[in-house]
Design a protein around this ligand. Structure first.
Ligand code: B1M
Length: 216
């Protein structure tokens, strides 16, 4: 069974890298059917496949269309996995607004964070992608959220995170809200530098952190 599982996960990895969304979906179902943990499928296979896609893009073997196909295959599989990731009895009273910052259209990482937060019982207001600083401020003012999460994948959009914190300050709300930042180019040093409250390097850490904030 273990060998079969490994073959399925290897093929799933390949299907995401190749951007074959139908095969990816079939293999996610097969992986579940042979008892693979949903988080293993997500963290140890599909997310890793997306890293390889990034490397192929970086070395000029892949271009934007290939990245898009892989993203579609990843999303297809992720959507199917979502209900399997819900943890029973894991309820929290928290509510958090989360978005990819202005200029940034990457949403897979944000969606993984969203799914895992929701699976931990935390309500997420998904602000989407390309979210302007004003929308984060609105979420605090109008939706009453006490925690905002910003995701960023591009080095060029990193400064927007600082802008959001600046806008929160200008609106007199900085002390009313906890700011959590993450995404591939974000580091703890950067988070400290822009005055964010917390940095999470991955979705699991983001959930741990959010739970510690809400369940304190
Ligand atoms: Co883009 N892209 N992309 N891309 N893309 C990267 C990010 C890149 C690193 C690829 C590379 O060169 N190796 C590179 C950025 C380089 C840089 O800035 N230094 C890049 C580039 C250059 C671009 C374009 C500029 C390409 C172009 O047009 N010439 C363009 C920009 C578009 C824009 O945003 N304005 C672009 C476009 C795209 C697509 C649209 C084709 C597609 C995105 C589709 C989509 O998201 N719907 C895409 C993809 C797929 C990627 C890569 C290959 C994969 C990203 C991904 O989904 N990873 C990526 C390469 C890479 O990351 N290695 C790349 C899987 C995901 C689960 O990981 O998002 O890191 P990640 O999320 C993790 C953690 O970071 C963390 O948790 C997640 C799970 O553990 N996390 C948080 C994320 N947000 C968090 C928030 C938190 C806490 C943790 O708290 C709030």
């Amino acid at each position: 069974m273990t060998e079969k599982r490994e073959i399925i996960l290897d093929n799933l990895y390949g299907a995401v890298v190749e951007g074959d969304q139908n095969t990816a979906l079939t293999l996610v179902k097969e992986a579940l059917a042979v008892g693979t943990a949903p988080r293993e499928i997500l963290n140890d296979c599909m997310i890793m496949a997306m890293s390889e896609v990034g490397e192929l893009f970086e070395c000029g073997e892949y271009f934007v269309p290939e990245m898009l196909l892989s993203a579609r295959a990843m999303k297809n599989g992720m959507n199917y996995l979502k209900p399997y990731l819900i943890e029973d009895g894991n309820k929290s009273n928290g509510r958090l607004a989360l978005g990819s910052v202005k200029g940034d259209l990457h949403d897979i990482g944000k969606n993984v964070v969203t799914i895992l937060l929701e699976s931990a019982g935390i309500e997420v207001i998904d602000l989407g992608v390309d979210v302007p600083p004003e929308r984060f401020v609105e979420a605090v003012r109008d939706d009453g959220v006490k925690v905002i999460g910003m995701s960023c994948l591009l080095t060029t959009t990193l400064p927007v995170m600082r802008d959001v914190i600046y806008h929160l300050g200008e609106a007199g709300m900085r002390n009313d809200v906890t700011v959590l930042v993450g995404g591939a180019p974000v580091t703890q040093d950067f988070a400290d530098h822009i005055g964010a409250d917390h940095f999470a390097p991955d979705a699991n850490q983001a959930v741990k952190l959010a739970k510690s904030l809400f369940d304190a």
